[in-house]
Design a protein around this ligand. Structure first.
Ligand code: XMP
Length: 509
C-alpha cells in the first residue's frame, strides 16, 4: 500500500486514482496523521502531495518529520517536494517567475523514475516557490527553462521530488514516472483488483454485521446497487432494501429495478408506492427549491416509516464513495473521516440508533463501475448516467402534474433510446429532456397545433462541477426531434440547450 499525504492540492484524488490504475492500493491522509499510525500502516512508499501553501507561510501544513527516518521511499510533488527539501536542510525561495502550465522537462541524470521516459518531455507545472539549495545527499535530476531544480533525488535514502505534476494528463509521461516509483523504487505488486477488493469487503461486512440486520435505501443508481450486491453477497437475507417510488422516476424504472433485484438477484426488497403522496405534496408548487425541500422531507418520512417495520435492524448501509470521505474532512487536520451527510436519510442513523455500513467508502466512481461489472451487475445499471434525487420534478419546469410527467417520460424514453443507439450514452455525463411551461404554434397535417416545447440537454463532464454542452451530430439531433414530435402527443417543438456550466447549471431547476 502507498500512503498519500494530503497537502491540499486539487489534484490529490488524481494521484490516488493513477496509483490505483496501476493496480496498487493507496489511501489519502491529512498531514496531521500521527507517526505511529504511519508506522502501523507500514506503506511501501509515501507520496507527499502538492498544495496551495508556501512552505514559509505561517501555518503551512507539515507532517511529522520523523517520517523521513522510517526507511520508506518518499516522492514529493510540488509543495510536497518543497516540504521535504525544507525539512531536510535545503532551501526554498519565492521564484522571480511563477511557472504555470506546460514546460519542457530536460533530464540531466538517468534515474529510476525516468526509466522509459525520453530525455525531453512535456510536464505540467504550477508553482510560485522554487528550490534554491538541495539538502545534503540530493542531486538535481532534471530541469526546465525556468526551474533549475525540476526534479531531484537522494538515491541512498530513496527520496525523490518533482516540481511538476506527474498525475495530470498534461504530463504525458507522468504515469510512467509514477509506475517507476511504485514498482522499481517501492517494490509494489499489482494486486489491487476489484476481485480482491470484493473478497475483502464481503469478509469485512460479515465481521461488522455478524448475524444482525441491515437496511439499505436503493435508488437504482450504480452506488446503491453495488452496495446492495456486496452486502447481499456477505449476509444474504439479513439485508433488506427499501425502494421508494416517488412517482418522479423515468419510464418503467421501478419495474426494471424490481426485475433486476427481486427476480434476478433474489435480494430482499420492499417497494413503497408513494406516488400519490409525493404528487399531492407537489401540487401547485413551482419554485425549484421548494420542490426539493418537499421531496426530501417526504422521502425521509416514507423511508423511516418503512425502516421501522423491519424489526431488529441495527445497521443502515450507504453507498458513500471515497471522494465524499476525503472532501468531508478539513484539508489540514481536524477529525478524519467525518462522513458528509449528503444523503437524504442523513438524520436517520442517529434517530433510529443505526450504525453505518459503507463498503464503498474507499472507492472512486470508476472503481465502483468496475466492481459492479465484475460482480455481474446489469450493464444498464453499471453505466447509468446520474439521475437527481428529486427526479423528473426538477425537469418539469413549473408545476408538476401526472399529465406533464407522463409527457416528459415518453420524451425522455425516445431521447435515451436514440442516444444509446448512436453510441453516445456512455460518452455523455448526462443526457435528458426538460419540459417547458410554455406552448408554441405548429402545423401537423393540415391543422394548426398549440403544444408543449421540450428542451434537450446533453453535457460532457468529469465531475459535474463544470460541464460542456455536447456537440452532438446534427443528424442525431434531427432524428431525436423527429421522433419526439411524431411519437409523443402534446409536443410540437424541440430545442437544444447550448449552454455550458458555468454560468448555466446542468439541470434547469
Ligand atoms: P447542477 O444542475 O447543479 O447539477 O449543475 C450537478 C449535478 O447534480 C445533480 N443534481 C442533483 N442531484 N439532488 C440530487 O441528488 C438534487 O437536488 C440535484 N440537483 C442537481 C445533477 O443531475 C447533476 O448531475
Amino acid at each position: 500500500m502507498i500512503l498519500i499525504i494530503d497537502f491540499g492540492s486539487q489534484f490529490n484524488q488524481l494521484i490516488a486514482r493513477r496509483l490505483r490504475e496501476c493496480g496498487v492500493y493507496c489511501i489519502i491522509e491529512p498531514p496531521t496523521i500521527p507517526i505511529e499510525r504511519i508506522q502501523a500502516l507500514s506503506p511501501l512508499g509515501i507520496v507527499l502531495s502538492g498544495g496551495p501553501s508556501s512552505i514559509y507561510a505561517a501555518n503551512s501544513p507539515r507532517v511529522d518529520k520523523r517520517l523521513f527516518d522510517l526507511g520508506i521511499p518518499v516522492l514529493g510533488i510540488c509543495y510536497g517536494m518543497q516540504f521535504m527539501v525544507d525539512t531536510l536542510g535545503g532551501q526554498v525561495k519565492a521564484s522571480r517567475k511563477r511557472e504555470y502550465g506546460f514546460s519542457e522537462l530536460r533530464i540531466k541524470q538517468s534515474d529510476t523514475l525516468f526509466k522509459d521516459v525520453p530525455d525531453r518531455s512535456t510536464v505540467w507545472m504550477s508553482h510560485g516557490d522554487s528550490i534554491s539549495r538541495l539538502p545534503e545527499g540530493f542531486v538535481t535530476t532534471a530541469d526546465t527553462e525556468n526551474t533549475p531544480v525540476a526534479a531531484a533525488a537522494d538515491y541512498q535514502k530513496r527520496f525523490y521530488g518533482f516540481q511538476f505534476h506527474p498525475e495530470v494528463v498534461h504530463t504525458p509521461k507522468g504515469k510512467q514516472m509514477l509506475r517507476n516509483f511504485l514498482f522499481d523504487v517501492c517494490g509494489c505488486k499489482r494486486n489491487w483488483t476489484m476481485k480482491a477488493f470484493a473478497r475483502q469487503a464481503v469478509a469485512d461486512i460479515r465481521q461488522q454485521v455478524g448475524d444482525r440486520k441491515v437496511i439499505l435505501g436503493l435508488s437504482g443508481g450504480v452506488d446503491s446497487s453495488v452496495t446492495a450486491l456486496l452486502i447481499h453477497q456477505a449476509i444474504g437475507h439479513q439485508l433488506t432494501c427499501i425502494f421508494v417510488d416517488n412517482g418522479l422516476l423515468r419510464l418503467d424504472e421501478a419495474l426494471k429495478l424490481k426485475k433486476t433485484f427481486k427476480e434476478h438477484l433474489k435480494i430482499n426488497i420492499r417497494f413503497v408506492n408513494a406516488r400519490t403522496l409525493f404528487l399531492k405534496a407537489l401540487a401547485k408548487v413551482s419554485d425549484p427549491e421548494k420542490k426539493r425541500k418537499i421531496i426530501g422531507k417526504r422521502f425521509m418520512e416514507v423511508f423511516e416509516a418503512e425502516a421501522r417495520k423491519i424489526e431488529g435492524a441495527d445497521f443502515l448501509a450507504q453507498g458513500t464513495l471515497y471522494p465524499d470521505v476525503i472532501e468531508s474532512r478539513s484539508a489540514f487536520g481536524g477529525p478524519t473521516a467525518v462522513i458528509k451527510s449528503h444523503h437524504n436519510v442523513g438524520g436517520l442513523p442517529k434517530r433510529m440508533k443505526l450504525k453505518l455500513v459503507e463498503p464503498l467508502q474507499y472507492l472512486f466512481k470508476d472503481e465502483v463501475r468496475k466492481l459492479g461489472k465484475q460482480m455481474g451487475l446489469d450493464p444498464e445499471l453499471v453505466w447509468r448516467q446520474p439521475f437527481p434525487g428529486p427526479g423528473l420534478a426538477i425537469r418539469v419546469i413549473g408545476e408538476v402534474s401526472e399529465k406533464r410527467l407522463g409527457i416528459l417520460r415518453q420524451v425522455d424514453h425516445v431521447l435515451i433510446e436514440e442516444i444509446k443507439a448512436a453510441g453516445y450514452y456512455r460518452k455523455l455525463w448526462q443526457s435528458f429532456a426538460v419540459l417547458l411551461p410554455i406552448k408554441s404554434v405548429g402545423i401537423m397535417g393540415d391543422s394548426r397545433t398549440y403544444e408543449h416545447i421540450v428542451a434537450i440537454r446533453a453535457v460532457t463532464s468529469k465531475d459535474a462541477m463544470t460541464a460542456d454542452w455536447a456537440k452532438l451530430p446534427h443528424d442525431l439531433l434531427g432524428r431525436i426531434s423527429n421522433r419526439i414530435i411524431n411519437e409523443v402527443r402534446g409536443v410540437n417543438r424541440v430545442v437544444y440547450d447550448i449552454s455550458s456550466k458555468p454560468p448555466s447549471t446542468i439541470e434547469w431547476e
